[in-house]
Design a protein around this ligand. Structure first.
Ligand code: HEC
Length: 106
């Protein structure tokens, strides 16, 4: 391979990556939703600790809304003990994937 072609491939790779990372994949989320369905999959489910909380429905929400909410739990801007513990373990890619999954689901 000639050096010019190699270089352009490297540049393409470098700009291609972040675009991919920001784009969530609903398929990739399928291995991650097991963390969420315990609470969000059950209609009308309420958590019992530390007080009784209604669990909001997230299926069908805007993907951007879901990512923003997860980031706020992670940063502590939104404070809820169970969601904060979960969001802290999620990477940006996990959030984007989960948002793509729930954003599609009606
Ligand atoms: C232990 C139960 C529990 C689990 C597990 C859980 N959640 Fe939640 N989630 C909640 C509760 C309760 C709220 C409401 C918190 C509040 O009032 O801020 C919430 C809120 C949210 C919100 C904000 C919804 C809104 O309308 O503002 C999003 C988005 C969310 N969860 C996504 C997720 C995702 C994605 C997962 C899996 C990675 C997950 N949750 C796992 C209990 C849970």
């Amino acid at each position: 391979m000639n050096p010019v072609k190699l270089l352009s491939l490297a540049v393409l790779g470098a700009v291609g990556m972040p675009a991919l990372a920001a784009e969530g994949s609903a398929d990739a989320a399928k291995s991650k939703i097991s963390m969420c369905i315990g609470c969000h999959g059950i209609p009308g489910y309420r958590t019992t600790f530390p007080e009784v909380y209604h669990v909001p429905k997230i299926g069908g929400q805007h993907a951007a809304y879901i990512v923003a909410a997860l980031k706020q739990y992670k940063s502590g801007e939104r404070d809820h003990p169970s969601m904060r513990g979960i969001a802290e373990s999620l990477s940006e890619k996990d959030m984007a994937d989960l948002a793509a999954y729930y954003g599609e689901k009606k």
